[in-house]
Design a protein around this ligand. Structure first.
Ligand SMILES: Cc1ncc(C[n+]2csc(CCOP(=O)(O)OP(=O)(O)O)c2C)c(N)n1
Length: 544
């Protein structure tokens, strides 16, 4: 029998667990495990920075529902991945981060660092390959935790352990289906009573509802109660296509959505933590409204605002339990409401175009993109002032069509999470929407995008500034010259990296995107020059 090392068994076990794609940056500490995983059949997508690699695995997991896999070198390879790891932890992405590790006895190794402590500090779980004999089990345990606990798990591989002989991977046990707690009968009865008394209920579904696959159950609950349907920004797309869906609740809510949500007398939050962003600092929840919050995590209940009924339960299982209990509500879903909702999107909302001097109004740009791009799309969005425009104006087919890396509110994660999403869903056009600041922070992955020849669209909302900061401090009368930059030629940067580049100063300039859509033979970056002067209302409100 062929003799294997622990590192090889790690790779083989991951392949046996069904890993099809892995992302990472190779160094000596993760070389053997990754090479073996690749040799056993998984594609390896090499990033140029570990910060990109981890976001690729995160984006991949978000749109595919599979566990994302990222592989990095020990020490600096691992620390480079920290921001993306934190985002994945806060967004509850099931992900395995494979990392080399200095041997336990190498106390003065340059690479030495308490990786497990760092991982757990940011909300990931930490596991280790303990010995050659246990390597296969160690991998299977880390994998299971990622799935069951819906979070990233670091699997550290000490270099000395990697070299130990190890028994061939036993056929790895697939992780059991995650445990889904339903609400208790008492909680169901309490919520049912509130529903019976409500006249204008609204269901607000968040990322927990997306992770629970609760869309159909919540739509059925909406049917039974007459509720208006909304999502948090993180749940965007969950009710796509429903005539009773008003879109996103919070700062991104259209005037019609805001009116209907604020007029509700019962808020049913499923897997949504009702942050200040989702409630528009509380303004979208009427003072007399009753609030029910359903979440699998007890500590999420009431964390951002008081709730009348706090229910520990999975969003889908709890919605089904309510339906099984025969809940009935008296919300009115009539033709007038349907017509108001149908005509109430942001795209229908009139505005005065603020474009000037060869720079577009970001709303006009977004509406043009929505009309141009095929409906089967994945929209990945970075952070910054611009980040409201894509969710407000670009439709998505379902929640897997929307990757919103805002759990940690870091800029610079959007390009790489888009790359991961594009690899996971080649059947859809991925469009990564970035600010110029976030794009420059992610620049190494422009080379990855070009090298992998991904047929992906990158749109840079380029205001030549850290717009969020300009709009934050400018109105306070503070100087903002430190956060305004000279013009960056992103089209030239794209071409230098091996992608196509286009500079767009008007909507007509986007005609080239239409031509590219016909062939999609590689990535296209659009440097969309937008006016730095227009500030989105949601940001203005937030900074007041
Ligand atoms: C990693 C990180 N650094 C700094 C910030 C603070 N920050 C928030 S928005 C922003 C500006 C982003 O600029 P850009 O990407 O151009 O988007 P814009 O705001 O102009 O739309 C900054 C620096 C952050 N959120 N994350």
């Amino acid at each position: 029998m062929e003799s294997l090392t622990a590192a090889e068994v790690v790779g083989r076990t991951l392949a046996a667990l069904g890993v099809r794609d892995a992302f990472g940056v190779l160094g000596s500490g993760n070389y053997m495990a990754t090479q073996t995983l690749h040799a056993a059949g998984a594609a390896f997508h090499h990033a140029r920075h570990e910060g990109g690699a981890i976001c690729m695995a995160d984006g991949y997991a978000r749109v595919s529902g599979r566990v994302g896999v990222c592989s990095v070198h020990q020490g600096p390879g691992f620390t480079n991945a920290m921001t993306g790891l934190t985002e994945a932890a806060k967004a509850r992405t099931p992900l395995l981060l494979l990392a080399g590790e200095a041997p336990a006895a190498a106390l003065r190794s340059n690479f030495r660092l308490d990786q497990a402590a760092l991982a757990t500090t940011v909300g990931a779980a930490a596991e280790r390959v303990h010995s050659g004999a246990s390597a296969a089990d160690d991998v299977a345990r880390a994998w299971r935790r990622a799935q069951v606990e819906r979070r990233p798990v670091l699997l550290s591989m000490p270099l000395d352990v990697q070299a130990q002989p190890a028994p061939e991977a036993a056929p790895a046990a697939q992780a059991p289906a995650p445990h889904v707690p339903a609400a208790s009968p008492a909680a169901v009865a309490e919520v049912a009573a509130l529903i019976a008394a409500a006249r204008r209920p609204v269901i607000i579904a968040g990322r927990g509802a997306v992770l629970a696959g609760a869309g159909a159950a919540l739509e059925a609950l909406g049917e039974a109660t007459g509720a208006v349907l909304a999502t948090s920004a993180m749940g965007h797309g969950l009710f796509a296509g429903s005539p009773w869906a008003v879109g996103i609740s919070g700062g991104f809510a259209s005037p019609v959505a805001a009116r209907l949500i604020a007029a509700s007398d019962l808020v049913l939050a499923f897997g949504a933590s009702l942050t200040r962003w989702t409630t528009r600092d509380g303004a979208l929840i009427d003072a007399g409204a009753r609030v029910v919050q359903v979440d699998v995590e007890p500590d999420a209940l009431g964390a951002h605002r008081p709730v009348d009924v706090a229910v520990v339960g999975d969003a889908a299982a709890t919605a089904r339990a309510l339906l099984d209990a025969g809940v009935q509500g008296s919300g009115v879903r009539d033709d007038a409401l349907a017509a108001e909702i149908a005509a109430g999107s942001w795209r229908d909302d009139p505005y005065e175009d603020a474009g000037a001097d060869g720079r577009m109004d970001p709303r006009t740009l977004s509406i043009a993109l929505d009309g141009l791009l095929p409906p089967e799309r994945t929209v990945a969005v970075d952070s910054g002032h611009f980040m409201g425009f894509p969710p407000m104006y670009l439709r998505v087919p379902d929640p897997a069509g929307f990757v919103f890396t805002q759990a940690f509110q870091s800029i610079g994660l959007g390009l790489a999470s888009g790359i991961g999403a594009a690899i996971a869903r080649p059947d859809r056009l991925t469009v990564a929407c970035l600010g110029d600041g976030g794009a420059l922070m992610a620049l190494p992955e422009l080379e990855t995008l070009a090298r992998l020849r991904l047929p992906m669209l990158v749109v840079v909302y380029d205001d030549a500034a850290y717009g969020a900061e300009v709009h934050h401090f400018g109105p306070q009368g503070r100087p903002v010259e430190l956060v305004r930059f000279g013009d960056t030629d992103f089209a030239a940067l794209a071409r230098a990296a091996g992608a196509e580049g286009l500079t767009a100063r008007t909507v007509e300039d986007l005609d080239t995107v239409g031509e590219w859509l016909e062939r999609r033979d590689g990535p296209l970056l659009v440097d969309a020059k937008i006016t730095p002067d227009f500030c989105a209302e949601w940001l203005e409100e937030a900074f007041k």
